[in-house]
Design a protein around this ligand. Structure first.
Ligand SMILES: C[S@@+](CC[C@H](N)C(=O)[O-])C[C@H]1O[C@@H](n2cnc3c(N)ncnc32)[C@H](O)[C@@H]1O
Length: 301
């Protein structure tokens, strides 16, 4: 008897891998934006994102559900809290007449322009795939009256690029001296230290004293927790990463010591849960506790 015939051939295994890949395809970094939009549908009264449903796609729903099961069942809730926090913060600053333009870096499919007032100008920035799709779909939905009309400028960017000079020129022309709120939400985990440094230098150049910056990141201490390990394991096997991909965490000191800014508010998933949903019991160790920082520009650069 030939031994070889007992074992399936290499091509048999390769075809099996291909088959499983089609059953469970990886998603790209920019597609994570669909997942966060799906999470915001979980509790619309909490997230305030009444338009998240527009982005719903069956393959993404399957990913989002698999992700919650593998990493933390509190992820949809955490994303609803995060959206609510920034919605309330930006809305309040707008009512107080302190900001005139919202500049969203790595905007994904978040819907702040449609949840907030028409009087703000909106600059939405993300990878080309995201902004092209977002512009096309929101224009269509505005035409179909599924969305109200808004003044939105879309800019394509890649935060991994060594120079952000072109992006600076594009934003400064659109901003045109208006008081801004810059938002960086759900992005830093995907970037490296150098890209992060370059982005915050760009924010410093774009903003004048009394303008605002909101940023989201994980603390380095979280790396020791099982829930973070589960996140890394999930990302390793389910996300199509580029070679620059980092599992970045950021210490509080980065924000406290940020040149030209002062920290005016600091929240995290658990503090927001205690504020918005005080009666609910949350098992701390099961939450991917994200930190949210609001900073105000204090000096011109
Ligand atoms: C998890 S999503 C978050 C989207 C949105 N901010 C939210 O909270 O729903 C991450 C977003 O960051 C964008 N992103 C990641 N790396 C980027 C890069 N190098 N340049 C530009 N955008 C990037 C992705 O395309 C994606 O839209």
């Amino acid at each position: 008897m030939q031994l070889k015939s007992l074992f399936p051939s290499e091509s048999f295994y390769l075809s099996k891998i291909q088959y499983f890949k089609t059953l469970n395809p990886k998603i790209n970094i920019h597609e994570t934006a669909f997942v966060t939009a799906f999470f915001r549908m979980g509790d619309v009264a909490l997230s305030q994102d009444r338009y998240a449903y527009l982005w719903s796609k069956s393959n993404i729903e399957a990913h989002a559900k698999r992700y919650s099961k593998a990493v933390s069942s509190y992820e949809p809730y955490a994303h609803c809290l995060r959206n609510r926090f920034f919605f309330d913060t930006i809305n309040k600053l707008m009512i107080q007449n302190r900001i005139e333009v919202l500049i969203n870096f790595g905007c994904g499919f978040s819907m702040y322009p449609y949840l907030l007032d028409n009087s703000l100008h909106y600059i939405e920035i993300d990878k080309a795939d995201v902004v092209t799709h977002k512009k096309e779909m929101t224009t269509k939905w505005e035409r179909e009256k599924k969305l109200p009309t808004r003044k939105i400028s879309y800019l394509e960017a890649d935060f991994n690029l060594a120079s952000q000079d072109k992006l600076y020129e594009q934003i400064i022309a659109l901003k045109n001296g208006k008081k801004s709120f810059i938002l960086l939400e759900g992005v830093l985990f995907f970037l490296g230290k150098e890209d992060t440094k370059r982005l915050f230098e760009l924010f410093g150049k774009l903003q004048q004293p009394d303008e605002y910056l909101g940023s989201v990141s994980f603390l380095p201490q979280l790396e020791k927790q099982l829930v973070f390990r589960k996140l890394i394991d999930y990302v390793e096997s389910n996300l199509e990463k580029n070679e620059l991909f980092q599992y970045q965490t950021v210490a509080d000191e980065f924000y406290i010591n940020l040149k030209g800014y002062e920290l005016t508010d600091h929240q995290h998933t658990l503090s927001l849960a205690a504020y918005y949903d005080p009666k609910r019991f949350i098992p701390k160790e099961e939450v991917l506790n994200e930190h949210m920082y609001i900073l105000k520009k204090t000096s011109a650069q």
